[in-house]
Design a protein around this ligand. Sequence first.
Ligand code: B12
Ligand code: SF4
Length: 457
Amino acid sequence: MRVKMILPALTEAISPYFRPIKYSLFPPLGLATLAGYLDEDDQVTIQDEHVEKLDLYDNPDLVVIQVYITSAYRAYELADHYRAKGIYVALGGLHVTSLPDEAAQHADSIFLGPGEDIWPAFLSDYRQGRAAKVYTSKVRTLVGIPKIRRDLIKRNLYLVPNSIVVSRGCPHVCDFCYKEAFFKGGKSFYTQQVDDALAEINRLPGRHLYFLDDHLFGNPRFAEALFDGMKGMGRLWQAAGTVQAALRPGLLEKAVESGLRSLFVGFETLSTSNLQEQHKYQNLNRDYCAAIQRLHDQGVMVNGSFVFGMDDDDETVFDRTVEWAIKQGIETATFHILTPYPTTALYERMAQQGRLLHSNWDLYDTRHVVYRPAKLAPDALEAGYWRAYRNFYRWGSIFQGAWTKARWNDRLRHMAYATGWKKFEPAWDMIIKAKRASSMLPVLETILSSFGRRVSH
Ligand code: B12
Ligand code: SF4
């Protein structure tokens, strides 16, 4: 069987004029995971439109497309194209799970939820000529899953080819998060077995790893055993975690010993009332400053995630948040405009209150306002969001943030990391166009490792 797997891109990612580095960071791990279930004699290709031009003149037997909200229209266009040629099209992923009726109009089979149970079930049905229209995931486990087909990934096209996930979902329930909607009907947080995760890590070449888990520290026992197992492997790694995880005694230290050098932390908002509104209880009454201090003391850089536009946010939120982040010495910040993804609790609330402005999914990209904010005009929210990025990444702010650190090495690392992402965008554009993204990985590794300095505790 000839199988073609596609990760379609949103328009911005394929601009001939400018390519932001973020779209050349990670390979399509979900599709490479699904490819692992195919037979040895199946011919399979993965095409990622973020980094390559799609070949649309081929005639495979089966086309598999992963659909995110921002690439939904493009995914449907590709699906219609292949179906018009009489080719069987399977659609799955987050957006299909949110809006199955919409997706079903463009597919022969749709898949709701994670693929580890329903994808092999479909393959068996398809080979017997009796594939169903809808497959809904119920059995949630990562035990005994086949090896990810990393051989299908074009590593040179990505800055971070070694992305990895060793769990699915998250133990928390925040109203704006995709998670509850995607995992409904089964467990919404589960991990691999530690030995399997370590074996996967061992298979990855080089030093650098990026854990894409929503919350790598979500099961402290699993995380502790994983970090113990990784000790001595000589890895340098990055991941996402919560404020709570950073404050938890012992766990962070183990993570650092096993190579953690930068953590994406979901602060989201400095307002208690916003946290309550979004049911982000795990952040309530946590000392954000102490968490950052602890991370910095351990030599871990912080990528702070902030969401603008919750009901307690007014015109002052942007400057206050940016000033606070700079004062804390946060190295990089990711800002988002609150976005109600369909079927999340936030979306239902906004819909009930009649606050949704439209359902043009292309604009549900966390950079556009798609609902009526409570204390801000939509255009003021968008303007404030862009201003926050500008102000956080201006030279003066980068110096100010770097100088919150006592040691020269930490200052230098802060400056190199922050400027690397945001000040050299034209250089990234050239590197991406030359298809050399992976050649910059040694630079990233050098910066993460504090230019070779060993962190002592
Ligand atoms: C890595 C990542 C990226 C990377 C690369 C994405 C990639 N290569 O796949 C980059 C940086 C490019 C990116 C960009 C964006 N991202 Co992003 N990203 C992620 C992240 C952190 C991990 C994805 C991942 O690899 N998961 C691990 C793999 C194993 O799981 P998976 O891909 O979901 O695949 C499984 C299932 O979905 C399912 N499945 C998927 N497709 C199919 C198809 C079939 C046929 C079947 C059977 C099953 C199936 O089976 C797979 C195995 O279980 C997720 C968070 C998350 N936990 O999902 C956010 C996430 C997907 N991103 C999100 C968003 C909003 C964006 C951006 C719009 C952000 C922005 N403002 O720029 C952009 C645009 C994305 C786009 N192209 O349209 C949202 C998506 C919301 C939604 N409802 O679609 C998420 C959920 C983050 C969040 N918490 O809000 N992202
Ligand atoms: S902690 Fe993060 S990943 Fe977990 S539910 Fe909340 S937003 Fe989603």
